[in-house]
Design a protein around this ligand. Structure first.
Ligand code: SAH
Ligand code: SF4
Ligand code: F3S
Length: 446
């Protein structure tokens, strides 16, 4: 008999969509065994913290949260505290947990999520802690359930890991080498999702452009082949993907934007820096010119395509001139939005050893200048939507109140508008009445 039946769980998720989706899988496996989710972790029997190691402050937040679990454990001796995710792929973190946070019962890594329910059973049955993380194995485990965050849209992993080793980044160390799922498994999963009322899928990978799947006939599929096949799935309305590395963005993929009506006309194309000098030291394998050339090609082939990006400020050795190259690139591209990051040293990565680290106050000063420029650009882009009618997939109620609905345009812009709840999950036309910095407001079109 499973000891998990009737247990209440709570998951805390840090990090990117990969982690969010892993949390959906963890939730799905627990639900399947008769557990139910609770909002307040103080009411839970099981807490899972799914961690991210992308930046230093992610570590700090994690240890802060971990400290709070001790109180729950003191009140409830059967309480099980679990930690997983990218930080658990770093040995010094595991050592710290063992030494300073003895109330943790289970540690598991990014390669072995499927084993989690069994580890939990062991803890309940044998009162045994599990504090080791297993190595990456070559195979991909298929067929795990997931409890979706949204009813009508879903993440779908198409590949795991990363081979790029950008010099600032920890992900290749925490997620292992690139592995692509078999295309037939991906397509079958999306068909099942569509049968369960999903209208939009976001294909996930650290670098989806380098997807290389092999089907059961032994044929190799690249990322565009996969998009064309998914575009044929009946009942699916929209396809998005995340993230796309500029070095591998092919002409074939640009053509897929033209040919595939379900592929949203939006791309997140992280540039990281506007100076070729810095890009080289980041090991990004493209320069400023090549990036701008890609943007021109995309804009020419897909008029009106919206774009977002990631930018790191204060990478070691970044001069004022390098930084101004970033500002000028941002102006030239005209992004709809951007995620901006202060460079943060990650132990074990090459850039952590670079000697020309930038002082914090300079990083912050540049960061503020960049954010102002980006917000100005976003506001101007969004203001230009006023009066346009946009097709919106209604995702749910807005956080503001129960009469406001929220959804996204094809170009990934968030829109709030008044309407009945019954529209959730449908595609509707919304006339845009106001453009703000981070979202649009509208009304249902006649
Ligand atoms: N695979 C994706 C990015 C994943 S990480 C890609 O290559 O585009 C998300 C973002 O975090 C990165 O794009 C980068 O901008 C930021 N980032 C990663 N490591 C960082 C570090 N050490 N300091 C600051 N930002 C970092
Ligand atoms: Fe990190 Fe670069 Fe891989 Fe993206 S492509 S996950 S930034 S190493
Ligand atoms: Fe963080 Fe891991 Fe994603 S380090 S950004 S959760 S892949």
């Amino acid at each position: 008999m499973s000891k998990l039946k009737g247990k209440k769980y709570n998951i805390i998720t840090f990090g990117c969509q990969m982690n969010e989706h892993d949390s959906e899988t963890i939730a799905g496996m627990l639900q399947e065994r008769g557990c139910s989710e609770v909002e307040d972790r103080r009411d839970s029997d099981i807490t899972i913290i799914n961690t991210c190691s992308i930046r230093e402050n992610a570590d700090k937040r994690f240890f802060g949260t971990l400290g709070q679990l001790k109180k729950i454990k003191e009140k409830n001796p059967d309480y099980v505290a679990c930690v997983c995710g990218c930080m658990m792929q770093q040995q010094h973190i595991i050592d710290t947990i063992k030494a300073k946070y003895p109330w943790v019962d289970i540690i598991f890594g990014t390669h072995n999520i499927h084993r989690f329910p069994q580890l939990l059973e062991n803890v309940y049955q044998e009162k045994q802690k599990v504090l080791e993380v297993l190595e990456d194995r070559e195979e991909i485990v298929e067929g795990l359930p997931a409890k979706r965050l949204f009813k009508h849209k879903s993440f779908v992993n198409i590949m795991y890991g990363c081979n790029n080793f950008c010099t600032y980044c920890i992900v290749p160390y925490t997620r292992g080498r690139e592995k692509s799922r078999n295309p037939e498994d991906i397509i079958a999963e999306i068909k099942r999702l569509v049968a369960d009322e999903v209208r939009e899928v976001t294909l996930l990978g650290q670098n989806v452009n380098s997807y290389k799947g092999v089907d059961t006939d032994g044929r190799q599929w690249d990322f565009s082949d996969l998009i064309y096949a998914i575009n044929d799935i009946e009942g699916l309305e929209r396809i998005r993907f995340m993230t796309s590395h500029p070095k591998d963005l092919s002409d074939k993929l640009i053509q897929a934007f033209v040919d595939c009506e379900k592929l949203c006309k939006y791309i997140h194309l992280p540039v990281q820096a506007g100076s070729s000098n810095v890009l080289k030291r980041m090991n990004r394998k493209y320069d400023r010119e090549k990036y701008l050339e890609l943007v021109r090609k995309l804009r020419a082939a897909v008029p009106g395509i919206t774009m977002s990006t990631d930018i790191i400020v204060g990478f070691p050795g970044e001069t004022e001139e390098d930084f101004e190259d970033t500002l000028s690139l941002v102006k030239e591209v005209g992004y709809d939005s951007a995620f901006t990051f202060l460079y943060s040293v990650r132990k074990g990565t090459p850039a952590a050893e670079y000697e020309d680290q930038i002082p914090e106050e300079i990083k912050h000063e540049r960061f503020n200048r960049l954010v102002d420029l980006i917000n100005e650009g976003s506001a101007a882009k969004n203001a230009a939507y006023v009066g346009r009618v946009e097709r919106v997939l209604v995702e749910g109620l807005s956080k503001k109140n129960d009469e406001t609905l929220t959804g996204r345009t094809d170009g990934f812009k968030l829109v709030d508008f008044e309407g009945p709840k019954e529209l959730i999950g449908q595609m509707v036309d919304v006339e845009i009445t106001e453009g703000k910095t981070f979202s649009l407001t509208g009304k249902l079109a006649e």
